[in-house]
Design a binder for this molecule. Structure first.
Ligand code: BES
Ligand code: ZN
Length: 869
């Protein structure tokens, strides 16, 4: 029976973790032959398979035109298999099977950027995680089927570069102006790590010698004009390789490591074995064309994808529910790497800022799910902040608790036990426990339940006993789908300070041991507990959750003065920043007076600027309107928040007075030796420039214009451009035109041009329409869509007025063209239910109306979840 694509949408397409079953067949080897032609591609495969469990032989496939299939040498007629839109099933197969399959596919018209697709006139690439391989050929496309891949790639010679995973074993002529290469990857891998590239690209080459003495060829492929922008990525790659040897004992295992850059990519980058494919935005880095933030991101993404070689590729996931096994661990590893690259405190600040502004809101709304979900409709919808960022935090908590040495013993055990396997989160925690000798099984609770725990703390000083009692309590908001929420283990890193002198107090070791506080970390794993500190002659100031030792919402009744004290005296840069954030949030959301913050920041700044200018710049982080909005659960009015924040920024500008211009004029990025110092100086300078504009300084636009013109650095140029454009200065149109002329052939720089205009605080439906109908706007390029949508969403007042239509229209359009990106963009509206009326009902009605107009699992699942609150 040959069932054509089933037009009836199945009632329940939900997949459950509890239904996991081993595949009936394993694949010993696969030979692929991919032939690319202008109007189609032909894919031939030979699979050698062995039965390992009862059941039919199931091959997954989507949008494939089946040409022929033979089983152990015999061609199958269409009565001998069942084919529907998702799979090909053969019943009654022998235990040893050799399948030969030919299919025809259309990468040239693949707009979803999944499977094999044409990314540009001169480039074809693949993206197979999580389920893209089934769009290349029929295969048991699941991560627990590991096989040895041999790949032949054939194309016209107008594409000189033909790449696949592993070692090049053959190359030659294929007639009619065509050529081919054959690649063999010696390591077994799941299909989601398969990659091939067909294109006309230039290459930057380098070499690396591993700790084991083997020589690795390193290659980064990009457009010829972009090769000079690949050096930072290359250095970061070598640095990552060394770092993984030194910190985890993990050397690289192949003879080559290739990275290919493409501007048509849904995500940031992909860790395909030995052949990473990167969004240009995550590999190209050059002061002239990209911002400092982008340069830092390039280094961390390079590290991230490299680190996957061990955490993800050599040891992979049993099923997609375990995604946080590889992503959470690899994010933790890339964050640690980046902490070594720049001010560790600032790296932590930036990582926590992402966690609090994306993961916390996600986890308190309709899209909330455990780091390891237990069901999904479309797995692409679960590459979330919760899986990634909260997943990373769980690993960080275990690492904090174990300390360096034991954590390393734990990871060593993990690599020893599971190299070459597809495993689960339980396997990871068990190996870490066994290797370190510390039972960490309670951390599994974190993986299995949703929501951000609330940590309530209270301190009481007893003068008679010279003691201080810290009481802790944890709780989670009830969740309809997860009724049995349990207490989680929370490592609380803490310090006490002398309220008079600002000195950190040395805690009595014996008392600490009694209290379970080791190395300044108390493991709080009950619903309630308390710790007593003794020998204190006066009430101390306590600093909790240093370096954000756990992903929880802390409630502690600090006075504003105590927060000001911590801002000034805490030696942990992260907690200094956190104290400033808490003060600012109180001013903005609870109407506290700004004076305490202003006094403290004025006292502290000169010292911090001298020591760590980047940290100093972060102390000016006034929480964004988006973040503040996410802290409000009902009757949210974006306009009210916008006004409060504007008022605060104006006060700040006024109160800082002459300090602003003095600081602006005294800072010199060129004089800095280190990139991270220069980056800090640039960040501070830009903050001062925008404060100058708020002061109404008569010279500010001239200063900004000068900064814009006299720099070769993108962060400086953009900082000035923002001030000129967002304040509607007389020079605004001229510099926008100038920027366009300079960078019109540099896609990533042009993205910034779109972004800045979309992020204008006074953007309108018309100004956004001007951008989206611009000749350089392209709905086929996710980066360009994100630059306008992301810019627009920088101002929640705009997002929640004319922006609603923008995001709904995008979701509708992308539903068919690129559902992965469509689903992500729609999530911008996920907190609609917190809005004050009448906005709430208006947005709800628009979302309801969208339901009948979308078909993809991606967008429908997101929309249904968003409306299920
Ligand atoms: N494995 C992912 C890429 C991916 C995710 C591909 C989902 C397809 C679907 C990769 O390792 C990754 O996590 N990339 C991140 C960047 C990283 C630094 C967190 C990305 O693409 O955003
Ligand atoms: Zn990853």
């Amino acid at each position: 029976m040959n069932i054509a694509a089933n037009p009836v949408i199945e009632a329940d397409q939900t997949v459950y973790l509890k239904d996991y079953q081993k595949p009936s067949y394993l694949v010993d080897s696969i030979h692929l032959d991919i032939q690319v032609y202008d109007d189609h591609s032909l894919v031939k495969s030979k699979l050698v398979m062995q039965r390992q469990a009862a059941g039919d032989l199931v091959l997954l496939g989507r949008d494939l035109e089946l040409q022929s299939i033979t089983l152990n040498g015999k061609t199958l007629t269409n009565e001998q298999y069942q084919l529907d839109a998702e799979q090909l099933v053969i019943a009654n197969t022998p235990d040893l099977v050799e399948l030969n399959i030919e299919v025809l596919i259309h990468p040239e018209s693949n707009t979803q950027l999944e499977g094999l697709y044409q990314a540009a006139d001169n480039l074809y690439v693949t993206q197979n995680e999580p389920e893209g391989f089934r769009k290349i050929t029929f295969y048991p496309d699941r991560p627990d089927v590991l096989s040895v891949f041999t790949t032949r790639v054939e194309a016209d010679k107008k594409f000189p570069v033909l790449l696949a995973n592993g070692n090049l074993i053959e190359a030659g002529e294929a007639g009619e102006g065509r050529h081919y290469t054959v690649w063999q990857d010696p390591t077994k891998k799941p299909s989601y790590l398969f990659a091939c590239v067909i294109g006309d690209l230039a290459v930057l080459k380098d070499r690396y010698t591993t700790s084991e003495g083997s020589d690795v060829a390193l290659e980064i492929y990009a457009e010829a004009k972009d090769i000079p922008k690949c050096h930072i990525a290359m250095e970061a790659l070598k640095h990552s390789m060394r770092w993984d040897e030194e910190h985890y004992g993990r050397p690289y295992d192949l003879d080559n490591y290739m990275i290919v850059a493409t501007s048509a990519f849904n995500m940031g980058a992909m860790e395909n074995k030995g052949l990473n494919i990167f969004n240009t935005s995550c590999v190209l880095a050059d002061e002239e064309y990209t911002t400092d933030a982008a340069i830092m991101r390039v280094q961390s993404v390079i590290a991230h994808e490299y680190f996957h070689n061990w955490t993800g590729n050599r040891i992979t996931c049993r099923d997609w529910f375990q995604l946080c096994l590889k992503e959470g661990l690899t994010v933790f590893r890339d964050q640690s790497f980046s902490e070594d690259l720049q001010s560790a405190a600032v790296q932590r600040i930036d990582d926590v800022a992402v966690l609090k502004s994306h993961q916390f809101p996600e986890d308190s709304g309709p899209l909330s799910h455990p780091p390891r979900p237990d069901h999904f409709v479309e797995i692409n919808n679960f590459y979330t902040a919760t899986v990634y960022e909260k997943g990373a935090e769980i690993n960080r908590m275990m690492a904090t608790l174990l300390g360096k040495e034991k954590f390393r013993q734990g990871t060593d055990e993990y690599f020893k036990r599971h190299d070459g396997q597809a495993v689960t989160v339980e396997d990871w925690v068990a190996a870490l426990s066994a290797g370190s000798g510390v039972d960490l099984s309670a951390f599994l609770i974190w993986y299995n339940q949703p929501g951000t725990p609330k940590l309530q703390a209270q301190g009481e000083y007893d003068a008679a006993n010279q003691s201080y009692r810290l009481s802790l309590k944890q709780s989670l908001k009830a969740h309809a789908k997860y009724p049995n929420l349990k207490a989680v283990p929370i490592p609380v890193a803490l310090a006490l300070f002398d309220a008079e002198t600002g000195e950190q107090l040395v805690l009595n070791a014996e008392a600490l041991f009694e209290n379970g506080v080791k190395d300044g970390v108390y493991l709080f794993d009950q619903n309630e507990a308390s710790i007593e500190f003794t020998g204190l002659k006066a009430a101390p100031v306590v600093s909790l959750l240093r370096s954000f030792s756990a992903p929880v919402n802390l409630e502690f009744n600090y006075s504003d003065e105590q927060l000001a004290f911590l801002l000034q005296y805490e030696t942990n840069g992260f907690n200094q920043w956190q104290a400033a954030q808490t003060l600012l949030e109180r001013i903005l959301l609870n109407g506290h007076n700004a004076q305490t913050y202003l006094d403290a920041i004025q006292k502290t700044l000169p010292f911090v600027i001298a020591k760590d200018p980047l940290l100093a710049s972060r102390l000016f982080d006034v929480p964004t309107e988006g973040y503040l909005g996410s802290r409000i659960d009902q009757d949210y009015n974006p306009i009210v928040l916008n006004e409060a924040r504007e008022a605060l920024l104006n006060t700040l500008a006024r109160e800082l007075g002459g300090f602003v211009k003095e600081t602006y004029l005294s800072l010199d990025p060129i004089a800095q030796k280190e990139f991270s110092q220069a980056m800090g100086v640039r960040a501070l300078k830009n903050i001062m420039l925008s404060l100058l504009a708020r002061q109404g300084d008569s010279e500010v636009f001239d200063l900004a214009y000068e900064q814009y013109q006299n720099t070769g650095n993108m962060s400086e140029r953009l900082g000035a451009l923002k001030v000129l454009v967002w304040n509607d200065s007389p020079q605004a149109q001229e510099v926008l035109q100038d920027f366009y002329t300079r960078f019109k052939d540099e896609a990533l720089s042009l993205d910034q041009w779109f972004m800045i205009q979309a992020a204008h605080p006074k953007a309108t439906a018309e100004s956004i329409a001007y951008l989206t109908s611009h000749a350089d706007y392209d709905l086929a390029v996710p980066n360009r869509i994100r630059s306008v949508s992301g810019g627009l969403n920088a101002n929640p007042v705009n997002t929640w007025s004319f922006g609603v239509q923008h995001f709904i229209d995008l979701a509708k359009y992308l539903d068919e063209k690129n559902p992965i990106v469509g689903s992500r963009l729609l999530q911008v509206l996920s907190r609609w239910y917190t809005l004050a009326e009448p906005q709430r009902s208006q947005v709800k009605a628009e979302l309801e109306a969208l339901k009948s107009q979308v078909k993809s699992k991606n967008v429908s699942e997101t929309l249904n979840s968003m409306l299920s609150i």
